[in-house]
Write a protein that binds this ligand. Structure first.
Ligand SMILES: C[S@@+](CC[C@H](N)C(=O)[O-])C[C@H]1O[C@@H](n2cnc3c(N)ncnc32)[C@H](O)[C@@H]1O
Length: 324
């Protein structure tokens, strides 16, 4: 992963005046030393209203992140993160170096880093998500890839009589499910993945699949509707922060036509709390609570026909879109 260009803070004297701190121009790491966890809201408000020039914003953001990581509990840190994330998103280019720095990427032991490090890593990856997933394919770190159609999905589609149904497979990866279904006669089938690499593999394996139905892009930016959406190790790729899971559920709901169904398998093991280790699982109870706001759970039970490696670890679901 390429480290962004080094940048250092300036205009600390402006911030010292604003917040009533002392500043000597030889103070190294001044922003990190003076930042106080309990003043994080003041810093965020100043960033939003009073500070306009980039050098001061850069230094102020260093203070904000220091005060974020110093929050007395992780829960408080994550709740404050909700007000910091939009600032970093808006001014991502300006703060690239800072975000990368707090991601502590040269340390493989995350417990030896800062509290905020897992959040910064995830944010960095989110902002670079296409590169992140493509790199996983380049490095062949694709433990999720079955190399064949997932059996619960195969058996579900085998009993579908209407082959004209419009079907989407999001985060399709190498898309063995799409290959199987296409060969079985489902022609109104779409796949989407943020990384072009697995889609290239798919095109080579299934050259007659219509290229207009191979979408490279972000699932969350897709605008269309489908009768069925197939889930296969897509949900588990989103870290359970920033309402990602709620966003997934709402987007699935939006992408389904009236009476549309979300069908597939979800990992049935609890999230360990480690934001650096995919897949991010969940429990049946948590899934039910999450999905029931937007879906009727016609089936949601332990999958009896998972591939041997995943037996006992998957829930199979048929979730019917609820009317708004
Ligand atoms: C864990 S892999 C699963 C791939 C495939 N479903 C399988 O089982 O082999 C997650 C896939 O989702 C893709 N992905 C991640 N975020 C995405 C997004 N926001 N939009 C579209 N695809 C995404 C990744 O590139 C990756 O191919």
């Amino acid at each position: 992963m390429k480290e962004p260009e080094f940048r250092c803070g300036r205009n600390c004297d402006v911030l010292a005046n604003l917040f009533g701190y002392k500043f000597h121009k030889h103070d190294q790491d001044w922003t990190y030393i003076v930042a106080e966890a309990e003043r994080i809201d003041d810093y965020v408000n100043a960033y939003n209203s009073e500070i306009t020039d980039e050098d001061t914003k850069f230094s102020l953001m260093e203070m904000i992140i220091q005060s974020l990581t110093d929050q007395p509990t992780i829960a408080l840190m994550l709740s404050k993160w909700d007000s910091v994330k939009p600032l970093l998103t808006k001014d991502f280019e300006l703060h690239k170096y800072t975000i990368y720095y707090w991601g502590c990427w040269d340390n493989s032991d995350i417990n030896d880093c800062w509290n905020i490090t897992p959040v910064m890593r995830e944010f960095w990856l989110e902002m670079n998500k296409e590169n992140y997933w493509s790199q996983r394919y380049v490095d062949e770190k694709t433990g999720w890839d079955l190399g064949m159609v997932s059996t619960p999905i195969k058996e579900y589609v085998d009993q579908l009589k209407d082959k004209t149904l419009k079907i989407l497979i999001p985060g399709a990866g190498n898309a063995y499910e799409a290959e199987y279904m296409f060969r079985e006669g489902f022609k109104n089938l779409y796949i989407i993945d943020i990384s072009p690499l697995p889609l290239e593999n798919f095109k080579k394996r299934v050259p007659d699949f219509p290229s207009a139905q191979i979408l490279q892009g972000d699932f969350f930016e897709l605008n269309d509707t489908f009768d069925i959406i197939i889930e296969q190790t897509f949900f588990c790729s989103f870290p359970p922060i920033d309402n990602n899971r709620e966003k997934y559920v709402a987007k699935m709901h939006d992408l389904l036509s009236e009476n549309g169904k979300l069908v597939g398998v979800w990992f049935n093991f609890p999230f360990t709390g480690d934001l650096t280790k995919r897949p991010f699982g969940s429990t049946q109870k948590e899934y039910e609570a999450l999905f029931s706001s937007h879906f009727t759970l016609d089936v949601f039970e332990e999958s009896y026909n998972s591939v041997p490696d995943r037996r006992g670890q998957e829930l199979f679901g048929i979730l019917k879109k609820r009317k708004r």
